[in-house]
Design a protein around this ligand. Structure first.
Ligand SMILES: Cc1cc2nc3c(=O)[nH]c(=O)nc-3n(C[C@H](O)[C@H](O)[C@H](O)COP(=O)(O)OP(=O)(O)OC[C@H]3O[C@@H](n4cnc5c(N)ncnc54)[C@H](O)[C@@H]3O)c2cc1C
Length: 417
C-alpha cells in the first residue's frame, strides 16, 4: 500500500475501507540470518537499512512489548545537529540529512518540521560557549546563527527578557533543527522493514542469549528459541539487563527522564526553545499541546514514570523563562528509561562475542540519531566494518580511556550529561 495525496482523497470519498495494516503479525521462525533485540527507533531503523541498503531480508526484530512502547514513543521529538565534538558532530550532521529525505524514503509522513531550534544564553561566558559551538556547526556544514537579545525578541517575544536571575542575553539559532512525530517514525520504519520482508515479532521478550565457544548462536525468547548468526542488542534503557544475558557488564546507568504535555492551544510557540540556565526545553505539537521537559530524575531506575520533585523543578524553569505558560493546563506526563554512558555519547560496536553487536548509550538524545544509527549499525552488521560516521562510538573507550567524547565536559558522571 502506497501513500499519496490522491490515495488519501480516494479513501476519504469511499469510506476509508481500502487501508491495510502497516505490517504483518508473523510467527517467529526457528532461524534467521540476523536477529535484532528491541523494536524501538534504533532497532527498526537497523532492520530497515539492513534490508534496503544491504539486501539482508531474512531478519527479525524481537520486541517484548508493542512497536513504539519504549522511548521512541515517549520522547519530546527534537531533531537537531548542533553537536560540538568530532565523533558526535559528523554523526548527527549525517543523521539530520537523512531526516530531510526520510519521508520520501519511507513513503510515510513522519511530520518532520524544520521549525528552528533556539538555544538561549544568559551570561557572557555562555555566549562564548555558544559562539564556539556555532562555529563548530558551521565547520561541519550545518547551520547556526548567533542572535543578540533583540534578535531573540523578534522570534520569541513572550520570554521574560529581564528576569532578575536569568536575563536573556541572546541565543544560537539552528534553523534546520526542529521536530518530528515520534511514533510515526517508529511506524514508518516498521512498515518499510516489513515491506522488505523483515519479521517484526511483538510480545516476544528475549530471555537469554545463546553463546558457544565465544560465538553467538541465537536467543531464547518467551516465544521459543530462535537461531541466528548475528544478534544485535538495541534495547536502550534495558541494555544493561540484556547485555548481562551475554555475560557483559556495560558502562551504562539507566535513569528516568520525564516529559509533559499541556492541553491543546492555538499556535503560540513556533520554534523549539531551550533555556540555557536550567534544564528546560519546549515546543508546540501540531495538535497544539505544549510539549516540554527538563532534567533526569537523578537516580537510577527502570520505572517508566517519574517523581514530583522533578516535575516541580521543570514547571519552575518554565515559569522563569516564559511566565505566560502558567495559564496552560498540563494534561499528561510520562517517563522513559535513559541509557546513560559515562561520557554522554553512544556506543555502536561489535562485542567480544563473535556475531554479537550492541547499539546503546543514547542518553536523552537518541531520537534524532535514529536514521544514522540505523545506517551505521546495519553497515557494521552487514560488512563487519564500522561506518565512518560512527567510528568513534567504540565500546572499549570506557575501558582504555582513549577516544572519550565528553560533549558536556562533566566528566565520568552518568546523570550529568
Ligand atoms: C521524556 C524523553 C524525552 C526525550 N527527548 C528527546 C528529544 O527531544 N530528542 C532526542 O533526540 N531524543 C530524546 N529522547 C531520547 C530518545 O527517545 C531515546 O534515546 C531513543 O528513543 C532510544 O532508542 P530507541 O528508540 O531504540 O529506544 P526504545 O524505543 O526504548 O527501544 C528499545 C526497545 O527494546 C525493547 N526491549 C527491552 N528489553 C527487551 C527484551 N529483553 N526483549 C525484547 N525487547 C526488549 C523495549 O521494549 C523497547 O521497545 C527522549 C527520551 C525521553 C524518555
Amino acid at each position: 500500500m502506497k501513500f499519496s495525496g490522491l490515495r488519501v482523497l480516494k479513501e476519504g470519498l469511499t469510506g476509508n475501507r481500502g487501508w491495510t495494516p502497516h505490517w504483518r503479525d508473523p510467527e517467529p521462525k526457528a532461524e534467521y540470518d540476523a536477529v535484532i533485540i528491541g523494536g524501538g527507533g534504533h532497532g527498526l531503523a537497523t532492520a530497515y537499512y539492513l534490508a534496503s541498503n544491504h539486501g539482508m531480508t531474512n531478519i527479525a526484530v524481537l520486541e517484548k512489548g508493542y512497536i513504539g512502547s519504549g522511548n521512541i514513543g515517549r520522547n519530546t521529538t527534537i531533531v537537531r545537529a548542533n553537536y560540538f565534538l568530532p565523533g558526535n558532530s559528523e554523526f548527527y550532521s549525517h543523521s539530520l540529512k537523512l531526516w530531510e529525505g526520510l519521508e520520501q524514503d519511507l513513503n510515510y509522513n513522519v511530520m518532520h518540521s524544520r521549525r528552528g531550534l533556539i538555544n538561549l544564553f544568559h551570561s557572557d561566558g555562555q555566549r562564548d560557549a555558544f559562539v564556539r559551538r556555532g562555529n563548530a556547526m558551521l565547520n561541519q556544514g550545518d547551520d547556526a546563527v548567533l542572535l543578540d537579545r533583540e534578535g531573540v525578541r523578534k522570534y520569541l517575544p513572550y520570554l521574560d527578557f529581564d528576569n532578575l536571575r536569568f536575563p536573556v542575553y541572546g541565543g544560537l539559532l539552528h534553523p534546520r533543527g526542529g521536530s518530528a512525530r515520534h511514533d510515526a517514525v517508529a511506524w514508518g520504519y516498521a512498515r518499510g522493514a516489513d515491506q522488505r520482508g523483515v519479521d517484526l515479532v511483538q510480545n516476544c521478550e528475549v530471555t537469554g542469549i545463546d553463546i558457544e565457544r565465544g560465538v553467538v548462536k541465537g536467543v531464547q525468547t518467551t516465544r521459543g528459541a530462535i537461531r541466528a548468526r548475528k544478534v544485535a542488542i538495541v534495547t536502550a534503557g534495558r541494555s544493561g539487563q540484556v547485555a548481562a544475558m551475554a555475560g557483559m557488564r556495560l558502562p551504562i546507568e539507566s535513569h528516568v527522564l520525564q516529559a509533559f504535555v499541556t492541553e491543546g492551544l492555538k499556535p503560540v510557540i513556533d520554534h523549539v526553545v531551550s533555556f540555557g540556565m536550567g534544564h528546560f526545553y519546549i515546543s508546540q505539537s501540531d495538535k497544539g499541546g505544549l510539549v516540554f521537559g527538563g532534567d533526569l530524575d537523578f537516580y537510577a531506575s527502570y520505572a517508566q514514570r517519574g517523581n514530583l520533585p522533578m516535575a516541580e523543578h521543570v514547571m519552575e524553569a518554565g515559569m522563569t523563562l516564559m511566565p505566560m505558560i502558567g495559564k496552560a493546563k498540563v494534561l499528561r506526563s510520562w517517563g522513559g528509561i535513559m541509557d546513560m554512558t559515562p561520557d554522554g555519547s553512544p556506543i555502536i560496536d561489535r562485542t567480544d562475542t563473535e556475531g554479537l553487536f550492541i547499539d546503546c548509550g543514547w542518553c536523552y538524545g537518541g531520537f534524532k540519531a535514529v536514521p544514522a544509527s540505523g545506517v551505521a549499525l546495519a553497515h557494521l552488521m552487514a560488512t563487519g566494518q564500522s561506518h565512518e560516521i560512527a567510528a568513534g562510538f567504540r565500546l572499549d573507550r570506557f575501558r582504555t580511556g582513549r577516544g572519550i567524547i565528553d560533549e558536556e565536559g562533566t566528566g565520568s558522571q552518568h546523570n550529568l550529561h
